[in-house]
Every structure is written in C-alpha cells, then in structure tokens.
Design a protein around this ligand. Structure first.
Ligand code: IPM
Ligand code: MG
Length: 365
C-alpha cells in the first residue's frame, strides 16, 4: 500500500486559484498513473480570507497548516484590499504562515529552461544553462524586526521605523542549509549582505565564516548586495548558491527570476527544521491585472509542487518527471502569454496544464 501524503492547498488571491487548478490536475494524474495518493484539504488565505473571516489567516487555517506535511500556496494581495488595516492586509497572512511554521530557509532556484533562452531580457549566451539557487533567510531580518511602526512626532512630522536584526543561531541554521545545498550542486556559496554599511551584515559575514569551517570542501565568497544585483545581470552563471537575508533575498530573487525568461517560471520551497512543515509557492505574486482572464502561467506553481515532491514527499523521480514534462512542452513551442515569442503557439492557463499532463503521460510510458 502506498503512503498517503497530507497537503493543505491555499490558492489565495488573483491568479492563485487559476494556477492552483492546474496543480490539482497534476495531483490527480499522479494518483491515477503513479499510485501516489494525496490527502488534500483546502483553505483561504490573504484577501480571500479577509473577506470571509476579517483576518488574512484564520487560526483554524494556521492549525491545519501545522498539521499537514506541506502547504501549497498560490499568491496573495490585490488592489481590492489596499485600504484594509496594515496588520490584516493579505501579505500579513503569508508572513504569519512563514513565521509560525518557522520556515527559515527559502529555496528559490533560478533555472533557465533551454527553449526559453531567447525569452530572457539578457543575451542568450549569458543565460543558457543558468542554474542558480538563491537561499533566502525567511523568518528574520527587517521583515520581522522590532521595533517597527509609524510614530506621530507631534510637529506635523511622522517617523517610520523598521529594524534589521539577526542573531547568531538564525545565521548559522540557514548557512548550514546553504552549504549542504552547495554540496549537492557545484560546491560554491556566495554569501550576500552589506557588511560595509550594516552591523547586522558584518555579523552575518562573520557567522557564515564560522559555519564554513565545517565545510572545507565548499568554496565560500562574500559579496555586497548591490554588487550582487549588478553581477546577476552581468554574468549570472558565476553563481551557484547565493545565501542572503530576507530583504536582499526578496529583491535578488526577482532579478534572478527575470533572467530565466519570466517571473511565471520560478518555483520556491520554504523549509524549517527537517520534517517539521514546509510551504511551496510560486515566486510570482497574485498579478491582479491578469487575474480571471485564464492567461496566467501555471508553470511556477507546478514546479513548486515538484519541489514539494522532492523535499517533503520523497518522490524525486516524480519531481524530475514533472520538470522534464515542462521542458518537453516548452520544446514543443507551447507558451503562455508571459513567455510568448514569435512563431510559438500561445495557450491559456488550462491548455498549458493540459499540455503538461500529456507530456507526463508520454514520458511515463
Ligand atoms: C515574495 C513576496 C512576499 C515577500 C510578499 C508578498 C509579502 O514578494 O515572496 O517574494 O516580500 O516576501
Ligand atoms: Mg518578492
């Protein structure tokens, strides 16, 4: 008998529900063709949860998220909720999930599929074969640091405050993940901060060096974040694993995403201590401008599900099968609007999902 895998699906807002539909089809395909069984529950998060419950993450949904093997997350946010209280905004639901599940390691692979080398805004030779792993610290730094807030100064002036703060253990545990990842890849880590301006960056650098002593087989470099942003668009293939904090990781992963052709291609995995919960989500947001039109690219979400198969469910063969199926479909010139190129065939969200299922069936036989 095969084991049943528990999963909570939180489609969220904007294009989230549309792209998640295609993941559900892949889940059914795995059930029928590979005898992999999922026990799926579904809930609301973000603006959708706010409309339903008045909060962007209900306590019951959080309890469910803690009880399952992994959460599949779509996207949150949109102009509809621009006016809601700051602590109830859709994004707060996602940040609370990350914090409460202690998902400190966010893996954002930027991989350029060969058929898409021409879709990148960089020259094909710069991105062909690109395979970077951005490891973003996800539960610390300025995203969560205290004090924070907006103060009235009383003289018609106000002060907005956020705090960038890291402690040794936070740096150590994510550095371990970076070095372990590098061991399974090309053996290089670039640690990124602003040690020239920020004490928290200096501490980051020093503490990463401490952990590096356990990994003499790994080549470690340090780079300032601004330089890293520049190097990513100059010679992106110089990188293997980029280890960085929450805020720099947010920005650098958007840059890296674009190198691969579209933000619609990039998956991510957010992991905590081994075996204690995980969340998988596309790097793209809720894209309210195209929501409901059926044109969103479901690939980032499907690839996020493939990461779940690999990192949570111990099904790396099926993960590789899904990645191969995506490559196959791209090779056959099938494109959603965001990666459309001259001479290719433009398809809708569900058509793209259908093509991926067909490719899965073909590769499985
Ligand atoms: C991301 C997003 C989030 C972040 C938002 C939606 C809160 O941009 O996952 O990269 O800033 O972390
Ligand atoms: Mg972001």
């Amino acid at each position: 008998m095969s084991k049943t895998h528990s999963m909570l699906i939180l489609p969220g807002d904007g294009i989230g529900p549309e792209v998640m539909e295609e993941v559900k089809r892949v889940i059914s395909w795995l059930d029928e063709n590979r005898d992999i069984k999922f026990d799926i529950s579904e809930g609301h998060v973000g603006g959708r949860a706010y409309d339903e419950y008045g909060v962007s993450l209900h306590d019951d949904t959080l309890a469910q998220a803690k009880a399952v093997d992994a959460v599949m997350f779509g996207a949150v946010g949109g102009p509809k909720w621009d006016g809601v209280d700051y602590d109830k905004r859709p994004e707060a639901g996602l940040l609370k999930l990350r914090k409460e599940l202690n998902l400190f390691a966010n893996l954002r692979p930027a991989l350029c599929f060969e058929p898409l080398v021409d879709a990148s805004s960089l020259k094909p030779e710069l991105v062909s074969g690109l395979d970077i792993m951005i490891l973003r610290e996800l539960t610390g730094g300025v995203y969560f640091g205290e004090p924070r807030g907006i103060e009235e100064l009383g003289n018609g002036q106000r002060r907005g405050v956020n705090t960038q703060v890291y402690e040794t253990y936070e740096i150590h545990r994510v550095a371990h993940v970076a070095f372990d990842l590098a061991r399974k890849r090309s053996g290089r880590v670039t640690s990124v901060e602003k040690a020239n301006v920020m004490e928290s960056g200096l501490l980051w650098r020093e503490e990463v060096n401490v952990i590096a002593k356990d990994y003499s087989d790994i080549k470690l470099d340090h780079m300032y974040a601004d330089n890293c942003a520049m190097q990513l668009v100059r010679t992106p293939k110089q990188f293997d694993v980029i280890l960085t904090d929450n805020l720099f990781g947010d920005m650098l992963s958007d840059i890296a995403a674009m190198l691969t052709g579209s933000l619609g291609m990039l998956p991510s995995a957010s992991l905590g201590e081994a075996g204690k919960g995980a969340l998988y989500e596309p790097v793209h947001g809720s894209a309210p401008d195209i929501a409901g039109k059926g044109i969103a690219n479901p690939i980032a979400t499907i690839l996020s599900f493939a990461m779940a198969l690999r990192y949570t469910y111990d099904c790396s063969d099926e993960a590789a099968l899904i990645e191969d199926a995506v490559n196959e479909v791209l090779k056959n010139d099938i494109r959603t609007a965001d990666i459309m190129q001259p001479g290719k065939t433009q398809v809708s969200t569900s058509e793209m999902g259908g093509h991926i299922l067909d490719a899965l069936t073909k590769l499985n036989n």
